[in-house]
Design a protein around this ligand. Structure first.
Ligand code: SAM
Length: 181
């Protein structure tokens, strides 16, 4: 037994020095491409976001959907974002705007969160990514949750309403799709 102790200690030391397996990095489901503020407002209007309701923005970017949801719509707003710089700057802005009671950003992967408390979900992701997000939402969302998608719809879901926002000089139009689960 005594002979085994140094062997064990050597093994522990070797393990401590061994290169750590890289933590699984989240898959990038869309590049950072912010929704214009006028369109953000229309997304939240389309979803009929009410005071006190919980909204998630899946890939919250600079946090603009979260700020407007918490500030103007008085919702309980949660963003999920993998980019550490965007998370840090949006968390700083939440503090600056005095929204710490009603807005927060989770540094994490869209595909590993719990959305069961959502009343509204906002999404601006690429079509192939929406295919991956869809089963998670189908499994977790409570009945009646509104999902508002910008530009790319969720294949296989039928929108309750589709709104086209004409180009207002920015060089492109926008499409919003509302789904009610
Ligand atoms: C098209 S931008 C939309 C930003 C914001 N929702 C808006 O509409 O202005 C997509 C965002 O999703 C983030 N993202 C992509 N894949 C992600 C993942 N797996 N987990 C968390 N965030 C992710 C990107 O870093 C980016 O900020």
């Amino acid at each position: 037994m005594k002979k085994l102790i140094p062997v064990f200690l050597a093994a522990v030391a070797a393990l401590a020095q061994a290169p750590k397996p890289e933590a699984t990095k989240p898959e990038v489901l869309a590049p950072y491409f912010p929704t214009p503020l006028t369109v953000v407002e229309q997304m939240l209007d389309l979803a009929k976001l009410k005071p006190g309701e919980r909204i998630f923005d899946l890939g919250s970017g600079d946090g603009r959907i979260i700020f407007m949801a918490a500030q103007r719509f008085r919702a309980d707003a949660v963003g999920v974002e993998l980019d550490t710089d965007l998370v840090a700057s949006s968390q700083a802005k939440i503090r600056q705007l005095g929204l710490t009671q009603s807005a927060r950003i989770i540094l994490g992967d869209i595909l590993t969160q719990d959305y069961s408390s959502a009343d509204v979900v906002a999404i601006y992701l690429l079509p192939d990514s929406l295919v991956k997000v869809r089963p998670i939402l189908e499994k977790q969302l409570k009945k009646g949750t509104r999902v508002v998608a910008h530009d790319f719809g969720i294949a296989g879901w039928v929108p309750t309403k589709t709104v086209t926002i004409p180009d207002d000089g920015e060089g492109r139009s926008h499409t919003l799709m509302l789904y009610i689960r």
